[in-house]
Design a protein around this ligand. Structure first.
Ligand code: HEC
Ligand code: HEC
Length: 283
């Protein structure tokens, strides 16, 4: 077995399937429901983009943008239409390495590039949480990409937790790897790949019923970015979905505000510290 699989199995073995370690499970639920908000993409949505009750994480949301048509799969514990038949290591590999048990690659907008940096412990926590999702039978369509998907790199060996006492490093981990803020808010190299030198620059153009909206520059640039915003104004954008001038932000941003409003105060403070540390970008 590869080292990563061993590490994750050890953590999960410690969690124990019958009696999951309550702390690990609580961490996984917090990450899955709040910080990473997997349901923002993987829930089943009905009229007016409202989640269908009883179908949490049952999939079907269509991302028809940038020339592709991706469909979020069912990631409930249903064995036939979900991931109930996958092993813990297979689920972990889907999230962090971007491939399914049959070897097929997982494409955008699943934020694999960002999730490659999820720590071993947080990955084990997410898998433990996914195991508790009630099975929902719901077959979803396959995604269609007009380009060949390429692997995101070799399997991730092992990722430590970020240093606990370093707000910028913790904030970077939360914003980049868990909440995947910088997938949208970075200069783009190609589909599903961002420019690490362009973090905070104007980024993805997101299309939907709201039209086409570009992720704003959130670097420390005083005019192009949010360098002159107060902490309260930045927090209001994240947790209430409003810009510094009071304008309601478009749904790709404001839609997650009610979820991110539930983020722990320390995590929000660390995201702020990280955003403040971003060098000014004028693009
Ligand atoms: C921005 C939207 C988005 C977010 C956020 C997201 N996903 Fe995905 N995910 C997708 C899409 C779309 C696919 C399918 C891509 C494809 O068909 O190649 C996918 C695929 C998957 C798969 C493979 C399932 C299968 O049957 O093929 C798993 C497992 C998964 N996601 C788990 C997660 C977890 C856990 C989270 C939160 C930590 C998450 N995803 C967050 C959009 C998202
Ligand atoms: C799915 C893509 C996406 C993700 C993920 C995302 N954003 Fe945004 N964000 C946007 C878009 C698009 C806008 C612009 C909306 C508009 O102009 O109406 C925006 C606007 C903002 C603004 C307001 C900027 C301004 O000038 O008004 C801030 C601040 C911000 N985002 C921070 C964040 C942070 C922090 C995170 C992670 C916790 C995040 N965003 C995650 C797409 C995203």
């Amino acid at each position: 077995m590869r080292p990563v699989a061993v590490a994750i199995c050890l953590l999960l073995a410690k969690a124990g399937l019958a009696q999951p370690d309550p702390e690990l499970l609580a961490r996984g639920r917090y990450l899955g429901e709040v910080v990473a908000a997997c349901g923002a993409c993987h829930n089943t949505f009905g009229e007016g983009m409202r989640p269908v009750p009883g179908m949490a994480l049952a999939g079907g949301r269509v991302f028809a943008e940038r020339g592709f048509r991706a469909v979020a799969p069912n990631i409930t514990q249903d064995r036939e239409t979900g991931i109930g038949g996958w092993t813990d290591a297979q689920i972990a590999a889907a999230i962090r390495d971007g491939h399914r048990p049959d070897g097929s690659l997982i494409g955008p907008p699943m934020p694999v590039e960002s999730y490659r940096g999820i720590s071993d412990r947080d990955l084990a926590a997410l898998v433990a949480w996914l195991r508790t999702i009630p099975p929902v039978r719901h077959a979803t369509e396959r995604s269609r990409y007009p380009f060949a998907l390429t692997p995101h790199g070799p399997a991730v060996a092992s990722v430590p937790d970020p240093p606990a006492e370093d707000p910028v490093a913790r904030g970077r981990y939360i914003a980049v790897n868990l909440a995947h803020c910088m997938d949208c808010h970075s200069a783009q190299l190609s589909e599903g790949r961002t420019d690490p030198e362009g973090r905070g620059a104007r980024g993805l153009v997101l299309e939907g019923p709201w039209g086409a909206v570009q992720a704003a520059n959130i670097s420390s640039h005083p005019e192009q970015g949010i360098g002159r915003w107060t902490d309260a104004q930045i927090l209001a954008a994240i947790t209430r979905g409003v810009s510094a001038d009071g304008r309601r932000l478009a749904p790709p941003m404001s839609g997650r505000a009610p979820t991110w409003a539930r983020m722990e105060a320390r995590d929000l403070a660390d995201i702020l510290a990280y955003l403040r540390s971003l060098p000014p970008q004028d693009r």
